[in-house]
Structures are given as C-alpha cells and as structure tokens.
Design a protein. Structure first.
Length: 395
C-alpha cells in the first residue's frame, strides 16, 4: 500500500541533496544518487531530543500534527541522537545518525571506485552503510558496531530496503580480520590513536579515514594511505569534524578515568588576553594544547548564569591529576580576562603557550597538519612528514 509518506520523502531527499551540494558537502553524482535513493526515515524512524532542563524526549511522530516536522528534521543536515542508555544518570548517548553533510564529505574523501570493498567502523542506524551499499553493492560493504542490538536492528531495516551488507557486532578497534583485506576503511567514530589493526587490513595503496581525537574535541578527520607494509601517512581534512568516541564494550563510555579532587594548594591568579572560549572557538589551538594536557580533560561553563544573558560567567578546565583553571568570560577595564588556577599544572598557561605557537606558525589550518602511523609510533607533523615540528600521539 502506498502511503502519503511514500510520496513525500523522495522530494525531501532530493532537497537534502541540493542543500548539501550548495553548501559544498556533495559534488559526486554517484553519492548524490545515493542520498536521493536511500530513505533515511526508514533507518532513523525516531530520535531523541534534549530540552533546556537536560531531559530527553523521543520523537517518532509519523502521523498527526507533528509528522511533517519529524520528517523535515529527518531529511535535514542534522545530527540525530538515536540510542540512549537510560538506566544511568545522566543518560548516556550510545549512538547517533551523523550529519548527512559530514557523511558525504567523508564518503567523497574516501575516494572509492567500482568493485572496491569498504569496512565501516560504527554501523549505528545503518544509513551510512546503505549509502555505501547503493554506491558499491551490498557484497562490497562490511560494517562493525560494538552494540549488538544496533546491529540486529540495522540489519533488519537494511534488508527491508533491499540492502544486505555484512554487519558484525564486535570491538571496532579490531576491524574485521576474517574478511580482510579491504580497499578502504571508514570510521564514523573518534579514536585517540589509529589502531594499527586497521592499517594492517588495507593493502599498500589502501586508505583509512577516521576522526583522530587525542583528547576531548582535540583533533579532526585524517585520511591515511598505507604507503608500505609498516607505514601509513596522510593529512587532516581542511574542515573540523567530530564524532562520538570508539567504545570497547556495549553500553560503556569510551574512557572512564579516575579524577582526583581539585588541588586547592598553590592557587595562582593572573589575567589573560586569550579568549576563554578557545577550547571551542580555536580548535587547532586546543589540539596543540592537548598534546601537553594528555587524553583526559574536562571543559565547560561554570557558575550561576547571569539573569540577563543566561550565560554562566566562567569557563572551567580540569584534568584528572587535580589541576584546574577557571577563566572569567567578563573582561577587565583593560580588556583582559581574570584567571584562577591551581593544582600540579597550570592549565591555562598551557593554552596560552599553544596560542602563541599557533600565531608564530602563521595560524595554520587543519590541512597543514598530517599524521604518520607505524606499528610502534604515531606522529602529527606540520607541512611535511620530515618537519622539525612534530608531536607524538599517545597510544
């Protein structure tokens, strides 16, 4: 039976493809055809939204007054939260459907060709696997996810649409050695370092595309080509992107460090000219600082919100060793921001040092940075693999 929904979604899918083209996120006709052909609403029949109080509500309206709004959001360039673990406080996000524009950017960067095989790390709803299967054929597409329930649901929804890629529940860090090699591996999750198992599962000349995050928000997409049996190398994508972290166990966080109490001894006060919102507004500065911070760091806003602006007055930065910094969003008469920090390390000074370095390097963008991966080490470099400006990635 044909429903109103059946007649509505194709036009919305074409409009989504048009929007992605106009915003520079889609240019390949083959991927445009995939976006237009895959019914995203069949793979994302509901999503969760968080309100101003932090509570989550489920939106799955397919009839009634809210149906059109639901459908419009499904076919927009939006991230949709699709799986929550609600037996913990606060609820833990387990999976999301990535922005279609980020998916198409990555798929085009993957540079696939007819007949090639692709392994996807992070199945989620199966939408990205469906785009791949439309482009390459189901027999050339493999996908792994740590959540067995997501795999089972995605497999059934994909089957109803006529797609039958091989979906496997397991730790994505291991790849899928039983079906290797793959011409391409694409990871729709963030990793603190690139698993060498992924490099091993592509041939020389093959490629791995993933989101390298050496700490929270610190890093971006990088495409590596395996150049020899013991080396892979490539550059970061020019535009920042972020994914949820790769998780080794179903339902668990990607990292669970032990946090010491804030060290209140040796408190120091000074002023800074560096924007307190640097952790969000200057992603490369934050990336450079993270090499000194280490993999575990917490950032956020703190203090009672101003009644006029609704904005908390301070930015907070903390690390598990008890180090902390609190930076005022307000400015002094001279235009500076007040900083209070304590603990074994001076966290805001690390950010100031990274900001100075970024300026001395003529404010490089992401595409001036690259990554070299070998079985024993991983190194970020500026401009060239042999550059003297190199930063080791903790494995």
């Amino acid at each position: 039976m044909t429903t109103t929904l059946d007649t509505e979604w194709p036009a919305l899918a074409r409009r989504l493809a048009d929007d992605l083209e106009q915003s520079g996120k889609l240019s390949d006709p083959a991927w445009r055809a995939a976006v237009c052909a895959v019914p995203r609403h069949e793979l994302v029949p509901y999503y969760f939204q968080q309100n101003s109080t932090g509570a989550w509500t489920r939106s799955d309206t397919t009839t009634g007054e809210g149906r059109r709004e639901w459908l419009e959001r499904i076919y927009s360039n939006s991230v949709l939260i699709t799986a929550l673990r609600q037996d913990v406080t606060p609820p833990r996000v387990l999976s999301s459907s990535t922005q279609p524009g980020l998916m198409t950017r990555m798929l085009e960067a993957l540079d696939v060709h007819d007949g090639q095989t692709v392994l996807e790390i992070g199945t989620g709803t199966g939408y990205n696997a469906a785009l791949l299967a439309h482009r390459l054929g189901s027999g050339n597409v493999y996908s792994v996810d740590v959540e067995p329930d997501l795999i089972d649901t995605a497999r059934e929804r994909l089957r109803r649409l006529g797609f039958t890629p091989a979906l496997v529940a397991g730790d994505g860090a291991a790849g899928l050695p039983a079906r290797a090699p793959f011409d391409r591996i694409i990871a729709t999750c963030a990793v603190p370092s690139v698993p060498w198992t992924w490099v091993e599962q592509v041939p020389v000349g093959g490629a791995v595309l993933t989101d390298l995050k050496i700490a929270h928000n610190a890093g971006s997409l990088v495409r590596l080509t395996r150049t020899t049996l013991s080396r892979a190398e490539g550059r970061f994508d020019p535009t920042y992107a972020a994914f949820m972290g790769l998780r080794p166990q179903p339902g668990e966080p990607d990292r669970d460090p032990t946090w010491a109490d804030r060290d209140a001894t040796s408190v120091e006060r000074h002023v800074t000219t560096v924007d307190p919102q640097t952790p969000w507004n200057s992603m490369i500065v934050w990336f450079l600082a993270a090499f000194d911070f280490g993999p575990d760091i917490s950032i956020g806003f703190t203090g009672s919100a101003d009644t006029g602006t609704g904005r908390p007055p301070d930015v907070s930065v903390t690390t598990p060793d008890g180090s902390w910094a609190r930076i005022s969003m307000d400015t002094t008469d001279s235009g500076d921001h007040e900083v209070v920090q304590g603990g074994p390390r001076r966290l805001w000074q690390i950010i100031e040092t990274a900001h100075d370095l970024w300026n001395r390097l003529d404010r490089p963008g992401w595409d001036r940075f690259g990554l070299t991966v070998t079985p024993s080490e991983q190194t970020v470099w500026l401009d060239h693999p042999d550059s003297q400006l190199r930063w080791p990635v903790t494995q």
